[in-house]
Write a new protein. Structure first.
Ligand code: CA
Length: 728
């Protein structure tokens, strides 16, 4: 086994998967294998996917067969009609308003003349790519109360297709197969225990006739797993648990018994976490399915596994056999994770051109470092920091373990620590892309830090988050700054050379926030941003070559395909809140959610601002619920939940049911939610003291008051959705 000579200065790139001896150095990529019958005419909506066609996805660039583009999830299109020389002529071909708000995270899939995408609340839409006409829509009518179980919004990242059917995982834990032509339900199955706060937001993957789906909920109190179902019948084929349950109940898999000693205490009482909620990839040559495993429950390891331990297979990339779910190998990015440091980020398999020859690698950019690993039990090829990271100095390339900074272990030292990244920081689910031309990975990066403090006691919350963390130091306690560096909040699109393991260029975002990426043979990288633009960059240099106003924030990744003989680029727009200065233009979605489709020479335009419907009108009559859009990030909402429970619930009602038994108003209906200044006057300064609302300025900081406001806004939006659903 040969390790690359990358110096491990900073943790950045993936777990290198240095290839072991069983891999020849000049493997012929399966991507080049069968030449697809790109000219085959199939009926509109046939969704005629089989293994042969999926293996040849790269030679069918007119389609976008899976959300990740191919089994390797490279998100690279061979189409080059739109390229660096003409992209300035790209225009809006058609758009369609989406009838939900909240986050829109799905990558469209385009197959046999139809574009399929999912929206918030697990809805599916199908459009004729030649005309933009909506062919069908599927609404699973998710109980809006289920939104309270979704840590990070009621989102969905897209569908999978197979043999005439379209598959979607639903927020309430169901997996559904729809008819590709009509959207009617072929089968559905409940993949989770509905008494627990499981959710599904991830994309099903189809491997060898089986649909593989994971789930989320590790912020709450669940145990993670992935399940494979027969794609035709919905019968369960296998289930792979990511962590051991209660040993007294036995072990579902032999490898769980092998790693049970990496756990302490009674972790199973709160599930222990390890949810597999986003990243997966499949390598047909090695016949390995890679699963990205998430953080522990609670986050604070002191309360999850007292005394520590690696807590396998939390925060790991795990390779399993797709036929059986049999464990093959793992790489743990963050042993004994204690800060929501997941390994659920997108996983990509590709071949890299090292000076000494080609090597196949698995790449991921988690909260450790970006890593490339080989596809057999991995040795790291590189693991370098791609953004400020202060909890570890580097990855030991012999052992693959991060070398931790002791003061960052707040739960061990008992001293609150400011650590970068924060939960969700560096890189989260937002898709990265790999260009076969430049050899660069295009990665949406955020820079953030958070205070982590270990409270004296931890009381499990059966209805909300279980982080076991205080996100501020107690009064009079000065947190230590890990490595002495607290980086400034920032976000950028990064071009990363995974062979040299170093940055090539970056484009800093004017408005903070990550957005997914697409690379094309036209020498372009496409990505939206949170300022409300869709942008094409020169893949070599990062030069901005084209942009379009989207009227909405973008978090999703684009896809590209051909319709009527022309290359099109499609993007689902809409995220929490509106871009700065942007007003509402979509009558049925307060955050201007839309699917936007572009081609060269098109001249379409988006609608003008609606007169009436600017978001966030006050619902001060106390009956109609009309909260502002949810704009805060998840850490803020989580902090707000904790603070609400500690300071507000006694009068305004418990967090789970704000009105129940409350002696004070239901804050979800408060007109003050819209106005941060007036909110502070009531919450901090006590200007309503005569009406029984004391000021909390001695207890709460400005930021904490704001966190509570955002938390209540989240609860109000969940309630608004529930009321709208009940009225339909
Ligand atoms: Ca998490």
């Amino acid at each position: 086994m040969r390790l690359s000579s990358v110096s491990a200065l900073a943790i950045a790139v993936a777990i290198p998967l240095a290839l072991s001896a069983c891999q020849s150095s000049d493997t012929t990529p399966t991507t080049e294998a069968p030449v697809a019958e790109a000219t085959v005419e199939r009926a509109l909506g046939a969704a005629a996917l089989d293994t042969e066609r999926l293996l040849a996805a790269d030679s069918e660039p007119a389609s976008w067969l899976t959300t990740g583009q191919n089994y390797w999830e490279e998100r690279y299109s061979r189409l080059d009609e739109v390229n660096t020389s003409n992209v300035a002529n790209l225009g809006l071909a058609w758009s369609a308003d989406i009838d939900t708000e909240r986050g829109q995270e799905s990558t469209p899939v385009v197959i046999d003349g139809v574009m399929y995408l999912t929206t918030a609340w697990s809805m599916v839409k199908a459009y004729d790519i030649a005309t933009g006409e909506e062919l069908w829509a599927y609404d699973p009518e998710i109980d809006r109360a289920k939104g309270a179980d979704a840590c990070c919004d009621v989102v969905n990242r897209g569908v999978a297709a197979w043999n005439g059917k379209i598959y979607v995982g639903l927020l309430d834990g169901r997996l559904v197969a729809l008819d590709g032509k009509t959207g009617s339900v072929v089968w559905e199955t409940q993949t989770t225990d509905t008494s627990l706060p499981y959710t599904i937001t991830g994309v099903p993957r189809i491997v060898k006739g089986k649909v593989v789906i994971g789930n989320g909920g590790a912020e709450y109190r669940v145990r993670g797993y992935a399940t494979a179902y027969d794609a035709e019948t919905g019968e369960q084929v296998w289930r792979w648990y990511s962590i051991p349950g209660n040993p007294a109940d036995g072990f579902e898999q032999p490898e769980l018994e092998e790693v049970v000693d990496t756990w302490n205490g009674e972790w199973w009482e709160l599930g222990g976490g390890g949810t597999i909620w986003d990243g997966m990839a499949y390598d047909p040559e090695l016949d390995l399915l890679y699963l990205g495993v998430g953080n522990g429950t609670p986050w604070n390891q002191k309360y999850r596994s007292p005394g520590g331990g690696d807590n396998l297979y939390l925060s790991s990339i795990v390779a399993v056999k797709p036929d059986t779910g049999e464990y093959v190998w793992h790489y743990q990015t963050t042993p004994g994770e204690t800060r929501d440091y997941t390994a659920t980020q997108p996983i990509m398999v590709t071949e890299l051109d090292y000076p000494e020859g080609k090597r196949k690698v698995v790449m991921q950019a988690p909260r450790t470092a970006s890593s490339t690993s080989s596809t057999q039990r991995p040795a790291n090829s590189s693991a370098e920091k791609f953004a400020p990271l202060t909890w570890a100095t580097h990855v030991d390339m012999e052992t693959g373990r991060p070398v931790e900074v002791p003061e960052a272990r707040y739960e061990v030292t008992g001293v609150p620590a400011i650590v970068a990244p924060a939960a969700l920081g560096m890189h989260n689910w937002h898709p990265m892309a790999f260009s076969k031309d430049t050899g660069y990975v295009y990665l949406p990066v955020t820079v953030s830090s958070s205070t982590y403090a270990s409270p004296e006691e931890f009381t499990p919350n059966m209805d909300g988050w279980n982080t076991g963390i205080g996100f501020r130091a107690s009064d009079g306690v000065e947190p230590v700054v890990a490595t002495g560096v607290n980086p400034e909040r920032d976000s950028y699109l990064l071009a990363w050379d995974p062979v040299a393991a170093k940055e090539v260029w970056r484009v800093t975002n004017e408005t903070y926030g990550p957005s997914g990426t697409l690379a094309t043979a036209g020498g372009l990288v496409f990505s939206g941003n949170h300022s409300g633009e869709f942008v094409a960059y020169d893949a070599k240099t990062g030069e901005k070559l084209w942009s379009a106003d989207t009227q909405a924030r973008i978090v999703a990744a684009p896809a590209t395909f051909e319709a009527n003989g022309a290359q099109h680029v499609a993007l689902l727009a809409g995220a929490r809140g509106l871009p700065p200065e942007q007003e509402r233009t979509n009558p049925i979605s307060a955050n201007n959610s839309r699917v936007l489709v572009y081609r060269l020479g098109a001249t379409g335009t988006l609608p003008a601002t609606l007169e009436e419907a600017s978001a966030g009108a006050s619902g001060s009559d106390g009956v109609r619920i009309n909260p502002p859009l949810l704009e805060a990030n998840n850490e803020t909402v989580a902090e707000g939940e904790q603070l609400y429970g500690a300071n507000c619930a006694i009068c305004h009602g418990p967090a789970s049911v704000p009105a129940a038994g409350a002696v004070a108003p239901d804050l979800r209906y408060s007109g003050l939610l819209v106005y941060d200044r007036q909110w502070d006057e009531a919450v901090l300064e006590g200007n309503r003291a005569q009406r029984g609302m004391p000021g909390f300025s001695a207890t709460l900081s400005d930021e904490q008051s704001e966190a509570i406001r955002h938390y209540v806004i989240k609860r109000a939006n969940d309630e608004k959705a529930a009321q709208e659903a009940a009225a339909n």
